[in-house]
Design a protein around this ligand. Structure first.
Ligand code: GSH
Length: 277
């Protein structure tokens, strides 16, 4: 693992690291905030998955999570959203596909399958690396994210309820199999068999029997992607009668940006800390 940068913040350390990824077959970069408490004891770890067009840096620079993470003693890991590098397939004029748009899935179709193995990267390879280098308590893990990363967090939690104790999302894509801005990507990454798509769709996973205790979702009502891309009401309908708890908060005037995310970041960190102990 290579140190890209390390800076002291709120008594802890904000680092950026790079490593050779086996899953994605190339160099991957991620950010980790380590709170001061981690010097003395293993601390809970929170995985933050970012949205379309992002790298590890967007939330690190604009998410405003460090003060509260330091106070609560949370380690926050922020991975990249796709494989990178000159040899990685991409669509230069399409921001919903390719680099910056990995959708946290393992692609099965060529040329994408060669490097786009983000599900394996996020659920297996990166946790092993982070566990080796940082004082995480693996029995206390939470996951959250924004937009495409909200989709990633919710689907990963639903598929790994024994590993994650908490999950929340900012403006998540709750049903990517039928959302305007993800159908094209799913077709290219996963092929035309829609039964496969259901494994990467929070609403479909719940319909197919996956369970997680509860979710917190914050959504801005002035989000330009609300009607065609995000549609949290579909998840509200999917969890009805399942026993899955959902706190869905709709906020007047907030859009899709990091101004929205940073406004509610403290609430999400507290939500996770309460459940991670
Ligand atoms: N590039 C898109 C917007 C993409 C977008 O809003 N991405 C969100 C995640 S879905 C984001 O976090 N962007 C990076 C940022 O705001 O720093 C557009 O032009 O409409």
């Amino acid at each position: 693992m290579k140190i890209v940068s390390q800076n002291t913040a709120f008594g802890g350390m904000q680092g950026v690291f790079a490593h050779d990824s086996k899953a994605c077959k190339g160099e991957m970069t991620f950010a980790v905030y380590v709170p001061p408490q981690a010097v003395n004891e293993p601390r809970p770890v929170l995985w933050y998955l970012s949205g379309l067009t992002c790298t590890h840096a967007n939330v690190m620079e604009k998410g405003e999570y460090r003060r509260m993470a330091s106070e609560l003693g949370l380690i926050v890991v922020c991975p990249d959203t796709s494989p990178r590098g000159a040899d990685v397939a991409d669509e230069l004029t399409n921001w919903q596909m390719g680099k910056g748009a990995g959708f946290y899935l393992d692609a099965t179709e060529m040329p994408w399958a060669e490097h786009y193995q983000m599900y394996t990267y996020i659920t297996e390879e990166l946790p092993a690396l982070v566990g080796e280098h940082f004082r995480i308590d693996p029995s206390r893990q939470g996951i959250f994210g924004h937009s495409m990363g909200g989709h990633g967090a919710m689907t990963i939690a639903l598929k790994n309820p024994d590993r994650f104790k908490s999950c929340s999302a900012f403006a998540p894509i709750v049903a990517p199999s039928s959302a305007d801005w993800s159908v094209g990507a799913f077709e290219k990454y996963l092929g035309s068999d829609k039964a496969v798509w259901r494994k990467y769709d929070a609403c479909a996973l719940v319909e197919d029997g996956a369970r997680f205790p509860e979710f917190l979702i914050d959504q801005g009502k002035a989000d330009s992607f609300l009607e065609n891309g995000l549609r949290p009401w579909l998840f509200e309908a999917a969890v009805e009668g399942t026993g899955i708890g959902l706190t869905l908060r709709m906020h007047e005037r907030y859009d899709h940006s990091y101004y929205f995310i940073s406004t509610f970041m403290d609430d999400h960190l507290k939500w996770h800390a309460e459940r991670l102990g």
